[in-house]
Design a protein. Sequence first.
Length: 283
Amino acid sequence: MTDKVLIAGCGDVGNALAARLIAEGCEVWGVRRRVEALREEVRPWRIDLTEPRGFGRPPAAFDYLFYAASADRRDEDHYRSIYVDGLRDLLTALRKAACPLRRVFFTSSTAVYGQSAGEWVDETSATEPQRFNGRVLLDAEAIVREAPEVGINVRLSGIYGSGRTRLVRKVWSGEAIATRAWTNRIHVEDCAGALHHLMRVEEPEGLYLASDDEPATTAEVVTWLSGELGVPAPPKPSPKDQAERLNKRCRTSRLRDTGYRFELPTFREGYRPIVREFLSALG
Ligand SMILES: NC(=O)c1ccc[n+]([C@@H]2O[C@H](COP(=O)([O-])OP(=O)(O)OC[C@H]3O[C@@H](n4cnc5c(N)ncnc54)[C@H](OP(=O)(O)O)[C@@H]3O)[C@@H](O)[C@H]2O)c1
């Protein structure tokens, strides 16, 4: 039987995941407000996840849910309404409609970790976020962890990919600073690849960290980018530059032990085509 998959918050990661699922023969529905931005062949379900009264009846009996919506803005009430209330309300609606949900995924974030001294973190590490975003995501994770369905939280690190050129622009314009803080990233295609892989893993764990194979310092990444772009290397921080708040290293052996191999294992493979895209758009 064809798997029916719902991707709620079907943006960059959702659309990339949908492509893989469709290629495999799944029927895929995507929730977002601007359904015209869904990839072709994704069936639209236009609802606002923060307005449960408008949900109506789900358009199919879904077997899998991926909840990958993101907040529009950085304020706590809004974060709660999209990550916690939206997730809970959608699950309630799907259960009411007797969807035979086999697995429920939530795309959480490494923002749940408060570590900031370059420590390694994994699924067993303490989660004591200093900011509200990490706390809200932990509350959303609890909904999935306690769900009667098989619930899987996947903590993604900083997502980058085609069209996401913020860091490249900063290096190009000379605004980047070569700080020594550790950073972690994952390409959109690997977010989709890892989620797709976990959908098929037998007896999955309830929690995975997903980040590429090489945590790297900001200095390493921006210096390498400057070389690719052919611009001067970014300067070292001056004493008045604020210390970076984020500074940890993600260990992803649990995900790799399931057999997943990163398609873009380091920032170099991932950023090369993005730099090319950026330079060719400049003309
Ligand atoms: N950015 C990062 O570095 C990072 C790191 C870790 C985890 N994450 C998480 O990873 C997930 C996927 O990220 P992404 O890069 O694919 O995000 P994205 O491209 O921003 O996609 C998120 C989607 O959510 C939809 N959405 C937002 N609010 C909605 C609402 N009220 N009702 C219905 N749909 C709504 C948006 O579509 P419309 O605007 O058309 O509604 C958008 O398509 C998100 O859960 C994000 O929080 C991100």
